[in-house]
Design a protein around this ligand. Structure first.
Ligand code: ATP
Ligand code: MG
Length: 713
């Protein structure tokens, strides 16, 4: 039977979910336990066994990237005819299709992608002061209200109930909200929430539309269901009608969109609301090493609130890997430079660039990483995706491809046509520039070529009703339409580079190596998070970040924003990683002289510049994972000399110098007192006692010679 392959890579619980009969299924599980795997396999299983037709499945999720990930997984399971998209994309497609009928011939209104500008105008109308930042916050309030099905007249009460903290008095916000709605109507534009409302309205108020949509979509799957908001839930209910063939999966501990109106409530209540639901819980983490899983468990263990109630402790299934590293840098610039250097090393060591991600709390943090990576000649791609189709070179390429429809013969295979079209812009596939912005531009256009390859092999996007009549030859004109559609939906293709993304947009995704940067209090949690609920959401963001890593996890922050700035504290949700190992050393240091203490506090890795916390690392003068430049011959001579000296003094060897100190000396080759004193743990007493010997050894003397001299003195 064709379904064997689909079932083979699943554990018993996953299999229960995959093979459950038609009807409600709810998978409640932690990060990396195979939720997305289970739903994609469930779709494949049901379509391949002939139970359902792939054309009747609608799989939805929340970010374009997650939808792309779902499509990719479905394609690799041989189920590419299934529609997997975001709520917005699904709604857009339906509204556009039905617009002529619903709007009686009028054009579909234009979609405004960002509310802030219109909200600014609305605020001015309502006599409410709003600079750009306030306009953005007001837009956030309006978005929350509309996603929560709250009308302007209901805003003040609803906002108080939800403990919102609007930038102005609730009554004034409501006025801006009302002004915004009427301004929008007058300008003939709609926003994203209107789009969802239009889809709901189309179905709820038009039986013929409802019939047609429900004939098309009969089986629903929602990934990341903890992030559904009331408006999206209403659309989902409209799609379903009185059917109940719905599979939802989610993890309440990964609820990170509550500020926009999303709520894990629908997920948590699902089993109660649908008594016949098959409920499956998964705890085996297949994504990450036990080290990463251990940190993830430690982060979420402290969580409080409703979302934390269903929390399960993850059990790592993978082979052990390196410990997560916590690195502290004097400033953000140093942090970014060190991250870029490490990325370069990983890539030089054979890790594909697209298996690496740098994740941050807010998009503005992206810029310093873009700069540092470009400087280090590391290819990268900025996620959030929306930037892709805004890039000038991409726009220019799209113009060239449209022109190509006229100049390139229609029967040319798509990929060739795209290559030819792009050549007109001066781009050549076989001439990638080495790095920096030029490389980035090249990668962006190369991504268009890759997209054309994918598209030529699976033209997944055919209008409703035409899905049965698959055309053989995919033309450049069709591809151009696809690009235009994606540009509209801000759906960027994957390019080969290190991913730069916000924690929000990284949900559901995974990489071999993940850098969580800027983990300072004030950034994560953001200063805007004040209520306990808001702080819990910030904690969950860190949890989402940690659980993106398969193997290598780096956590870092810059002590000050810029050189010499005010020092910041590490993210409060981080468990005591290195800091616990640093503690004993501190007490020793506290008893020693002041100068020593100062030196200890600012110990930096001489290779990457990170602040060193653990005693052993401070002694080494570098992070244990940074490359060593140990002089092996010197190390051996130091060891022989130490053994002889310890024997002579009748003390254990470590009393002379510890192993870590020997390594530090063999790496740093101190040639004078100041250099020896710079090694943590060596004070004036050791300098007086052994300084001469060490300098002689560093200068090349044999241990026997030096030991001899020792005794002569
Ligand atoms: P998230 O909560 O982050 O969305 P998830 O629960 O959706 O995570 P998946 O992305 O489906 O988890 O799976 C995580 C990783 O583990 C993927 O690489 C997946 O292929 C792998 N995986 C899942 N289940 C199994 C399994 N039974 N055997 C081997 N690998 C698995
Ligand atoms: Mg997932």
């Amino acid at each position: 039977m064709r379904t064997d392959g689909v079932l083979s890579g699943l554990d018993p619980e996953q299999r229960t979910a995959v093979t459950a009969p038609a009807g409600p299924v709810c998978i409640l599980a932690g990060a990396g336990t195979g939720k997305t795997r289970a739903i994609t396999h469930r779709i494949a299983y049901r379509t391949q066994s002939g139970e359902i037709s792939p054309r009747h499945v609608l799989a939805v999720t929340f970010t374009a990237r997650a939808a792309a990930e779902m499509r990719a997984r479905l394609t690799s399971l041989g189920t590419s005819a299934v529609q997997a998209r975001t709520f917005h994309a699904a709604a857009m497609r339906q509204v556009r299709y039905f617009a002529p009928r619903l709007l009686e011939g009028r054009q579909m209104p234009e979609l405004v992608e960002s509310k802030a500008r219109l909200v600014g105008l609305a605020a001015a109308r309502a006599g409410v002061r709003a600079d750009r930042a306030v306009a953005r916050d007001l837009a956030g309030e309006i978005e929350w209200a509309k996603s929560s099905l709250v009308e302007p007249g209901e805003y003040a009460v609803a906002a108080a109930k939800a403990l919102r903290e609007p930038p102005h008095e609730p009554a004034r916000v409501a006025e801006v909200f009302a002004a915004y709605e009427s301004l929008k109507r007058r300008q003939g534009v709609i926003d994203f929430e209107d789009l969802l409302r239009a889809a709901v309205w189309g179905i709820e108020e038009h039986p013929d539309v409802a019939d047609q949509i429900r004939a098309q979509y009969r089986h629903f799957v929602v990934d990341e269901y903890q992030d559904v908001n009331p408006l999206q839930q209403r659309l989902l209910d409209a799609w379903l009608g009185d059917r109940d063939d719905l599979t939802v999966v989610g993890d309440a501990s990964q609820t990170i969109y509550s500020f926009t109106g999303a709520t894990a409530g629908y997920l948590i209540d699902f089993p109660r609301q649908r008594r016949n639901a098959v409920v499956v819980r998964l705890v085996r983490d297949y994504r990450s090493t036990p080290q990463v899983v251990g940190l993830a468990n430690a982060v979420i263990k402290q969580a409080r609130g409703t979302e934390a109630k269903l929390r399960l402790e993850l059990v790592g299934q993978r082979r052990p890997g390196p410990e997560p590293e916590l690195k502290i840098f004097p400033d953000e610039q140093g942090e970014a430079a060190a991250v870029a250097r490490r990325c370069r090393e990983l890539i030089a060591g054979g890790m594909p660039a697209n298996e690496i991600a740098v994740l941050f709390r807010i998009n503005a943090q992206s810029e310093s990483y873009e700069e540092a990576l470009a400087e280090a000649q590391v290819p990268y791609v900025v996620r959030g995706g929306e930037r892709f189709f805004e890039r000038p070179e991409v726009r220019q390429a799209m113009v060239a491809l449209r022109a190509g429809v006229r100049s390139i013969p229609g029967e040319t295979p798509l990929v060739e046509a795209v290559l030819e079209g792009l050549a007109a812009t001066g781009w050549h596939r076989d001439k990638p520039p080495p790095g920096g912005a030029a490389r980035e531009q090249w990668e962006a256009l190369n991504a268009l070529v890759t997209l054309s390859q994918e598209y030529a092999s699976a033209p997944e996007f055919l209008p409703i009703g035409e899905a049965g009549s698959v055309q053989r030859h995919v033309t450049l004109a069709m591809f151009n339409d696809e690009l235009a559609r994606r540009a509209e939906q801000q759906h960027a293709p994957t390019v080969a580079g290190v991913t730069l993304a916000s924690l929000h947009s990284a949900k559901g995704l995974e990489w071999d190596a993940v850098f969580l940067v800027g983990l300072a209090d004030g950034t994560l949690p953001t200063t805007y998070a004040k209520t306990p609920d808001q702080l819990e959401e910030e904690r969950r963001l860190l949890y989402v970040g940690v659980t993106r890593a398969r193997r290598q996890l780096w956590l870092s922050y810059g002590q000050s924003r810029s050189t010499g700035g005010r020092p910041r504290r590490p993210c409060r949700f981080l468990p005591q990683l290195d800091r616990s190992t640093a503690a004993p050393e501190r007490t020793v240091v506290d008893r020693s002289r002041k100068t020593d203490r100062r030196r200890v506090q600012v110990a930096l890795c001489r290779i990457c510049g990170a602040t060193l916390l653990a005693g052993a690392d401070r002694k080494l003068g570098r992070c244990p994972t940074c490359p060593s430049d140990l002089d092996e011959d010197l190390h051996e001579r130091l060891q022989v000399w130490r053994a002889a000296t310890a024997a002579e003094l009748k003390v254990p060897a470590y009393v002379v110098f510890t192993d870590a100190t020997l390594v530090a000396m063999a790496e740093r080759r101190p040639a004078e007192p100041a250099q020896l004193l710079a090694i943590a743990g060596i004070g004036p007493r050791k300098l007086g006692q052994y300084g001469e010997a060490v300098f002689a050894l560093v200068a090349g003397a044999s241990p026997e010679e030096v030991a001899q001299k020792n005794f002569e003195n």
